[in-house]
Design a protein around this ligand. Sequence first.
Ligand SMILES: Nc1ncnc2c1ncn2[C@@H]1O[C@H](COP(=O)(O)OP(=O)(O)O)[C@@H](O)[C@H]1O
Ligand SMILES: [Mg+2]
Length: 228
Amino acid sequence: MIIVVANSKGGVGKSTLAVHLAAWLHKQGHRVTLADCDTQQSSSEWVREAVPEVRAVRLDSPDMILNDLPQLCQETDFVVADGPGSQTETSRALLLRADLAIVPCKASMLEVRALAKATDVLRQAQDIRAGKPEAVIVLSMIGKNYRLTKDMKDAAAALDLPLATRALVLRQVYADAPGQGSVVWNLGSRAQEAAGEVDLLFREILPGAVRNRGRKPSSIKSKKVAVA
Ligand SMILES: Nc1ncnc2c1ncn2[C@@H]1O[C@H](COP(=O)(O)OP(=O)(O)O)[C@@H](O)[C@H]1O
Ligand SMILES: [Mg+2]
């Protein structure tokens, strides 16, 4: 399965989500490749430090993405592609190959409205590919007491994209994780809530990827950050 983390805006949490997703899938026992498709190439360095077992590759051009992704997908169970901030052709190539697009978005009306533009290429791909890739919006960097407003729900509904019930809270520990070469569930007790919410989010989006389904996610005491 090829999963792309896509939003043509920078700074919305794509790399943070992509690295944590790759690491989470590895923790579930899958073979995972992280395809770093951003020119900044920060996520491949991060994942190499945080989870060396995850294969990290850089795909620098739309041609490489179109040509190499299917092979990478055969060699591992999941390819998680970290998308670029602005290069449209790179995003287009990713969306033409992906099975699932995760679209992180900051939780403000301005950002949600901007998503219409930021998801143009996604809609093109879905049009060409009879609905594929499936897509889901994930709110990132929400306030701890954030509640989804009707305005936001309407704006998301107008895009005709589902919104994940779980979201990622704005927490210093996410910003610290790359500097520590780590992911939040390896950062001790101060990262416990973050670890819990990441786990719940990925379980919601990818229920089929969960191994040990009988077991409760560990140490999740946090209040629900559900946004619906
Ligand atoms: N949930 C979060 N809480 C706090 N900081 C975050 C969170 N998600 C991302 N960040 C920080 O915000 C900045 C942008 O995130 P990043 O994942 O690099 O976005 P993108 O890849 O879309 O440019 C980074 O400094 C990152 O550490
Ligand atoms: Mg990035």
